[in-house]
Write a new protein. Structure first.
Length: 140
């Protein structure tokens, strides 16, 4: 019974993942306006990933510093070092989670941005002249 449930779960998960992948529009099927909108979204994703990664790294570092100073207070015999250690631990975990989420978001956004920029190249035609927004294209 357990094998049947686990096999059916794996099969359904595989079907769902493949269905989601196949329904995504390819960048080559999009027009210039859609690609520009997708480029803006990808840029926002990159920015969000960078913010999450750097803020997380700062919180991670601050948490480590607070925890080590709290441990130093225990050694010195100061009262109530648990507050420093607890606060440092929370910052440490929050920063770690934020960094672990931010780096992949940054990478995925950068990959999408590069693919979209490659597709936008086909709309920048060479050999066209324009004056005051009125253009002339010559194709052979």
């Amino acid at each position: 019974m357990k094998k049947l449930v686990s096999i059916s779960l794996l099969v359904s998960l595989t079907v769902m993942c493949n269905a989601q992948e196949n329904n995504k529009p390819k960048y080559s099927d999009l027009n210039q306006d859609q690609l520009n909108f997708a480029l803006k979204q990808a840029s926002k994703t990159v920015k969000t990933g960078k913010i999450l990664a750097f803020v997380g790294a700062g919180a991670f570092t601050t948490g480590v510093i607070l925890m080590t100073s709290g441990v130093g207070d225990i050694v010195d015999g100061d009262s109530n070092p648990e507050a420093k250690i607890g606060g440092g631990y929370v910052l440490f975990l929050g920063g770690f989670v934020s960094t672990v989420i931010g780096v992949p978001v940054w990478i995925v956004g950068a990959n999408k941005k590069n693919k979209i920029e490659l597709e936008l190249v086909k709309f920048k035609t060479l050999g066209s002249s324009s004056i005051n927004g009125i253009g002339l294209k010559i194709k052979f």
